[in-house]
Design a protein around this ligand. Structure first.
Ligand code: SAM
Length: 293
């Protein structure tokens, strides 16, 4: 649509974080707009963040900062586990997480459970930088609800990654007690899970609840980790890792370094792996201590 390079479009997309704070990006082009049975889906092209996936008026991922999120949600659990073979990814319809997971040589099967076929189709067409490995032979795409999937499957995984949106609508149950019990059930005895767990500044109660439920489910090691995320509310975001056996602080750094010679990463390396846990801010550590002690 936008053919004249001298012209800068005057249309902006704004996500309102609350009544007082919002983030706006200038739109270059509107590439896709549709409504599925689950959500409104938009993909826009922007000047500073490249292509952006928006679901129900909320930033999901942008080409500009997705590497931070997708590398950290994938490589942290996959390098904490010494030999991950079977991986389950729940959500993550843009494909960014799956793209990172298949970089691991030990990984044999990635069951990719996404609720909304339309998100997959739109991202395959308009965001190939993220969706490029959805058709990888290791990836087994299953279009269904992740909550139902973990409740019903008898399969066991080494690593489960929950790449979910905010806890509203169909994603609400991905943050509830029952879900974590089923995740525990679906993991091998040395399994690890990681979940997108919102902003430590805006959603501390939610992170505390997640940790409480993970503890009740039976996980031995529960550790949130934080990172910058320019396009998410507050610009500061978290994942929460829960492990039955392995600690992310006890990894073989040389092994990671060697593996990274072949895998291209932009944010993650062996120093970031440990450092991200060691640099957990005090207010978050204090809040977690309260529910885990
Ligand atoms: N990185 C993102 C974030 O933090 O907002 C998440 C991106 S990814 C696009 C989220 C995906 O989760 C969406 O494609 C959505 O359709 C999917 N989803 C939502 N609820 C789900 C559920 N119950 N089971 C499986 N997938 C779900």
């Amino acid at each position: 649509m936008n053919q004249n390079n001298d012209f800068k479009c005057h249309i902006w997309f704004t996500e309102y974080h609350n009544n007082n704070v919002a983030l706006s990006v200038r739109v270059k082009d509107i590439l896709y707009m549709d409504k599925s049975e689950f959500q409104e889906i938009e993909i826009i092209d922007t000047y500073d963040f490249g292509k952006v996936l928006i679901l129900d008026n909320t930033f999901q991922t942008t080409e500009g900062d997705e590497f931070i999120y997708h590398e950290l949600i994938s490589h942290v659990p996959l390098f904490t586990h010494p030999n991950p073979k079977n991986v389950l990814v729940i959500g993550g319809g843009d494909g960014g997480t799956v793209r990172e997971v298949v970089k691991h040589k030990s990984v044999e099967v990635v069951d990719f459970v996404e609720l909304d076929k339309k998100v997959i189709e739109a991202c395959k067409k308009y965001m190939p930088k993220l969706s490029c490995e959805i058709d990888n032979e290791k990836v087994n795409l299953i279009i269904t609800d992740g909550i139902k999937y973990v409740a019903e499957t008898n399969k066991k995984y080494d690593v489960i990654i929950v790449d979910c949106p905010d806890p509203v609508g169909p994603a609400k149950g991905l943050f509830e007690k029952e879900f974590y019990k089923n995740i525990f059930k679906c993991l091998n005895d040395d399994g690890i899970m990681v979940q997108q767990s919102e902003s430590p500044l805006y959603n501390l109660d939610l992170i505390q609840n997640i940790c409480r439920y993970l503890k009740e489910a039976g996980f031995k090691i529960i550790m949130p980790y934080t990172y910058p995320m320019p396009t998410y509310p507050s610009g500061f975001w978290s994942f929460t890792l829960a492990s039955k056996k392995y600690s992310p602080l006890e990894v073989d750094e040389e092994k990671i370094k060697e593996a990274l010679n072949e895998m291209k990463t932009k944010y993650y390396d062996e120093e970031v792996h440990k450092g991200i846990f060691l640099a957990t801010p005090k207010f978050l550590k204090d809040a977690i201590k309260k529910v885990l002690e």
